[in-house]
Design a protein around this ligand. Structure first.
Ligand SMILES: Cc1cc2nc3c(=O)[nH]c(=O)nc-3n(C[C@H](O)[C@H](O)[C@H](O)COP(=O)(O)OP(=O)(O)OC[C@H]3O[C@@H](n4cnc5c(N)ncnc54)[C@H](O)[C@@H]3O)c2cc1C
Length: 415
């Protein structure tokens, strides 16, 4: 079959890899480079101020060892080298207070005295987290459907910390987390505890896309400008892709692997059902910053940075995060510098210490947006049209890759 995949991010490229053997596959990516939220400096992102011998990710970084089965299946099929990354997280409040997570207390304290002091400080917060785990222990997916996170989290310090973790995981504005869909948020929070193991890809996340490209025999159209897409079920060719230059390309099937708010923009003949399923999705345009400024930690009297720290920037709950890349990537700060990846830290970062600013497009997760996800998944294939993307699963990389396997199985008629 002749198959068009629109979107060259994780979901699109994994689907392209899985369908490549048996089909004529074309990938249409609107950006000049592939990868979507996979942005690896000195790989698919070049020409930055970063030392050329370093490879750093400024988008997707890490993957759970035990709860990402489809992702790990793909990585082993592609022979991608992975290593365990230690992860701890600390919470920095606008009033100067800070709390270390369990892993932070284990690994990021100078001595047992400090360990004991930090443990004592964080105990009430841990108590709140245990209550949250107990409260959500028996909740079924059906009960979480159509509920916002505000049903399960409030203004307590542990709730704030968990909301900040969702802000970090989904690069969503902190204030929107109250309306974040619980059906995605609760399972992810429950799976991200002190015992969770995280892996990263040696050589940067984009290296797995490179491995896909080594085997890919279809065609890639980067900087693709699609005007619109029509399904013509009565014609011999079922799908017509009209390019902005006036050219029309015909396919048997089309797979949308774009951010969901793009689907209705692209479909010239969206049905009422499709309008309902995709109508509430909005765009989440964000920026991440790679920088070498760690001076803002001094304000808290801290000299040992966690892999993932969350910050309350001011009392009105403007929040952001800082991921300390040296520890994640084993970079020697004496030889190079202290590298971090930040989101929404605003004026904390000295502009002269910014190495690279990266734009990202991501789905804006809300209760209304995910309401019809189940319909999208169960009608995949109707009218020659399929959908893949992280937003159809857990919103993380596992969701993207799992959706690719699901679409490939439908097209290849596999269970
Ligand atoms: C900053 C950031 C960090 C993240 N870090 C992690 C992490 O560490 N671990 C994790 O598991 N998850 C992480 N995520 C979640 C992430 O969204 C997924 O892991 C995954 O990469 C998403 O893949 P996707 O293919 O669904 O979407 P995307 O990566 O968004 O891919 C969609 C693609 O479609 C293209 N496109 C859009 N519109 C059009 C159009 N009209 N025509 C053609 N092409 C189009 C886009 O340019 C893009 O390349 C992160 C997300 C962000 C934003």
């Amino acid at each position: 079959m002749k198959i068009a995949i629109v979107g060259g991010g994780a979901a699109g490229m994994a689907t392209a890899y899985l369908l490549n053997k048996h089909h004529d596959v074309r990938v249409f990516e609107q950006q000049p480079i592939l990868g979507g939220n996979i942005r690896t400096l000195n790989k698919n992102v070049t020409g930055t101020a970063l030392d050329t011998e370093l490879v750093l990710d400024c988008g997707v970084i890490e993957f759970q060892r035990d709860n990402f089965p489809y992702f790990h299946r793909l990585m082993s099929a592609l022979n991608v080298p992975m290593e365990e990354g230690r992860t701890s997280s600390e919470l920095f409040m606008a009033n100067g207070q800070y709390f270390k997570s369990g892993a932070g207390i284990m690994h990021n304290c100078k001595n047992s005295r400090e360990r004991l002091k930090e443990l004592w400080k964080v105990l009430p917060v841990m108590g709140g987290y245990i209550k949250f785990l107990l409260k959500t222990r028996k909740i079924t997916a059906e009960e979480l459907y159509d509920k916002p996170m505000s049903v399960y989290l409030n203004q307590d310090i542990h709730s704030r910390w968990l909301k900040m973790l969702l802000m970090y995981a989904y690069s969503m504005p902190y204030n929107s987390i109250t309306n974040f869909p619980a059906e995605i948020g609760i399972p992810v929070l429950r799976q991200s505890d002190i015992f969770t193991q995280w892996d990263r890809i040696i050589g940067g996340v984009y290296s797995y896309i490179e491995k896909i490209l080594e085997q890919f025999s279809g065609q890639l159209y980067c900087s693709a400008r699609i005007n619109n897409i029509r399904r013509q079920p009565t014609n011999a060719a079922a799908v017509a892709i009209n390019m902005q230059g006036g050219e029309t390309l015909y396919f048997d099937k089309v797979i949308f692997a774009v951010t969901p708010e793009q689907v209705l923009r692209l479909l010239a003949d969206a049905s009422e059902d499709e309008q309902r399923r995709f109508g509430a999705w909005e765009k989440n345009a964000i920026e991440t910053v790679v920088h070498t400024d760690v001076s803002f930690y001094k304000h808290f009297g801290v000299s040992y940075y966690s892999e993932f720290d969350v910050f309350q920037n001011n009392a009105s709950d403007n929040c952001g995060y800082n991921a300390y890349l040296n520890r994640l990537y084993g970079i020697d700060a004496q030889r190079y510098q202290h590298f971090s990846l930040a989101y929404n830290l605003g004026q904390r970062i000295d502009p002269s210490k910014i190495v690279h600013v990266q734009q990202h497009q991501s789905p804006f997760y809300s209760v209304a947006a995910v309401r019809y996800r189940h319909e999208i998944i169960t009608t995949n294939g109707a009218n020659h049209t399929y959908h893949a993307g992280a937003y159809l699963g857990n919103g993380l990389h596992e969701g993207a890759i799992a959706s690719a396997y699901a679409v490939a199985a439908l097209l290849d008629n596999r269970p």
